[in-house]
Design a protein around this ligand. Structure first.
Ligand code: F6R
Length: 594
């Protein structure tokens, strides 16, 4: 989604803005631009990558400026539609993340009042409204403009003759980075990590005026104080550290991520367990909401809970959940979201709160909107995830769910003690897969020739099949479907044959025999079959065309090791096909529009 940055201080703004925008590249974008106040406004923007923009742009001399990476919603990627967007006088520039829902009505009205529009964006109504209301105070003009606007926004407003930036936020993330005689603004923490680790998270409804020495935030006209936070992430964590891609680096970080996330729990266990309230306060069921990969983590959580908790658990895709009414009495709601900013998940959380549910967020981003909506937040300790495709945050989400569910489990004490022991061994099991990368590379070379692939799983490995397919399609652009193995004969069998490989995820649990039968049926129809199975499983070796060997774990933990192998498979397949792995086309890291 769009990324926004701003700088005001003693230094030249333009190089800083380009650097901050580079750090936001991971969010996904199709065009970008910067504007600097120099008495007038100097602006350069285009539908190109940031390096190209920085190279082509004239050098602007000014110490206050704004920048933007755009992910098109209203109007195609083009120079005109790129931000910053100017008013008619060229003296006010705006960068915006979000969607203005009444933009057409406002555009018609402003056009009638003599404003000329130069882009197809919804954003453009903002600078024109500010121009209309401007009477010397930029803050007052922005406040008046926002009163006319419906929708979501994080904006930074720059005026030609001012060394201040005016910011405002509603339903889109916005932070202020605090420096010494300089201040930064960004949609996301990694943008400013090179410069500061002190941040203020703005809340919905906040309007702020940022100068080099001061940050003033108002809400409903009254000045308020917002707490300063220290960011736990380091610049190094947000860099590639010698890996060719962030995605590969993040896969390799997973043993550490598992240790960190579990380590956190041992310190916080008692308090967190008490707060979540599953099984207490008359709570009778759990509802999880999430999107994409986080949804797959939640689905896996349902299987873990079915086995260990015996409390009814429902999992809903957040975007679907939002359109229907639900029976929510005595329900604990858990929202799973890496970024904590996914619009559909946030909307579901608000709906759940309105319905009186206790809402727990599992997120990776301290201070994210999800953490502010939730009654309680459990943080995954994955560090910044820069690759658009999620990897380590998925594994960290699973760790939180294992821990939470095991904390409440009334399962046999010996079984729980064994599981706890295995949980602690997971980092070394994952490391074994990483050490076995060469074998997976061979499989990836083979897979890269195909255009359609099925991933099949049963039980707790059905979400793993879905996640494996999602990773393959987003990274390598191969069409992939994750399917319940038993369902394949109810339609997908029509597609089987020599050109459609099937990847079967085999677990040594109560699904094992049925899975072997499925594999035989698929083989009989001529599809090449790759199995993911425990090392040393001779029966599978005989049946499948090839096997990716997975270290032995209790089947309940098989999603962890299987997913890591599938992440590597997707990565190397995409690499073989020459895909832009960290920034898949059309995708964005945090999806802040519905
Ligand atoms: C896929 C991926 C997405 C996200 C989804 C939800 O690799 O990353 O499917 O999982 O957009 O994002 P969060 O977890 O930030 O709510």
């Amino acid at each position: 989604m769009c990324g926004i940055v701003g700088y005001t201080g003693d230094k030249q703004a333009q190089p800083i803005l380009f650097n901050c925008l580079k750090r936001l590249e991971y969010r996904g974008y199709d065009s970008c631009g910067v504007a600097v106040a120099v008495g007038g406004i100097e602006l350069y923007k285009d539908a190109v990558r940031i390096e190209a923009l920085a190279k082509a742009s004239p050098k602007f001399k000014g110490t206050t400026g704004i920048g933007h990476t755009r992910w098109a919603t209203h109007g195609a990627p083009s120079r005109d539609n790129a931000h910053p967007i100017l008013d008619c006088t060229g003296k006010i520039a705006v960068v915006h993340n979000g969607v203005i829902s009444n933009f057409q009505e406002l555009r018609d009205q402003l056009t009638g009042e003599g404003h000329n529009f130069a882009s197809e964006t919804d954003t453009e109504v903002i600078p024109h409204l500010i121009e209309k209301y401007y009477d010397g105070s930029l803050e007052e003009a922005v406040t008046a403009a926002l009163n006319d606007i419906n929708g979501s926004y994080a904006i930074i407003v720059l005026a030609a003759d001012k060394s201040e930036l005016v910011v405002a936020k509603k339903d889109s993330p916005l932070i202020i980075g605090l420096g010494d005689r300089e201040n930064y603004i960004a949609s996301d923490v990694p943008a400013i990590l090179d410069y500061t680790d002190r941040v203020i998270y703005l809340e919905d409804g906040d309007i702020g005026v940022v100068t080099k020495n001061d940050v003033k935030i108002r809400r409903d006209g009254k000045e308020i104080a917002r707490e300063e936070h220290k960011v736990m992430w380091t610049v190094e964590e947000a860099q590639k550290a010698g890996y060719e891609h962030f995605f590969l680096k993040e896969i390799h970080e997973q043993p550490k991520v598992i240790r960190n996330t579990l380590g956190e729990f041992t310190r916080e266990t008692e308090q967190a367990v008490d707060l979540v309230g599953i099984g207490g306060r008359g709570m009778e069921s759990i509802l999880m909401v999430a999107c994409g990969t986080a949804y797959h983590a939640a689905l896996t959580g349902k299987y873990i809970a079915d086995e260990l908790l015996r409390v009814p658990v429902r999992v809903e895709i957040a975007s679907e959940f939002n359109y229907y009414s639900h029976t929510l009495a005595r329900t604990v709601a858990i929202a799973v979201t890496q970024s904590g900013e996914t619009a559909d998940t946030l909307k579901a959380m608000r709906k759940l709160k309105e319905a009186g549910c206790r809402v727990v967020a599992i997120t990776n981003v301290v201070g994210s909107t999800a953490s502010r909506i939730a009654d309680q937040t459990i943080y995954t300790r994955a560090g910044p995830e820069i690759s658009v495709a999620a990897s380590k945050t998925f594994i960290a989400q699973l760790m939180v769910l294992y821990w939470l569910i095991m904390s409440y489990s009334k399962a046999d004490a010996r079984r729980l003690a064994n599981l706890l022991m295995e949980l602690r061994q997971l980092p070394s099991k994952v490391q074994q897969i990483l050490d076995n990368e060469a074998e997976i590379i061979e499989h990836a070379r083979y897979l890269s020739k195909y255009e359609n692939v099925f991933f099949i799983g049963r039980g707790i490995n059905l979400p793993v099949a879905q996640e494996g397919a999602l990773k393959l399609k987003e990274l390598s652009y191969i069409h992939a479907e994750g399917y319940a193995a038993g369902e394949t004969k109810h339609g997908p069998f029509a597609l089987l044959g020599g050109n459609t490989p099937v990847i079967a995820i085999v677990a040594k649990d109560n699904t094992y025999d049925a899975m072997l039968t499925n594999i035989k049926e698929i083989k009989a129809r001529g599809s090449p079959l790759i199995a993911l199975a425990e090392e040393g499983n001779e029966a599978i070796e005989e049946l499948a065309d090839s096997v990716i060997a997975i270290p032995q774990v209790d089947a309940i933990f098989s999603p962890v090791v299987n997913t890591v192998a599938l992440q590597l498979l997707a990565y190397y397949t995409a690499k073989e096909r020459g895909c832009p792995i960290d920034f898949p086309r059309n995708l964005a890291k945090s999806v802040t529009v519905e």
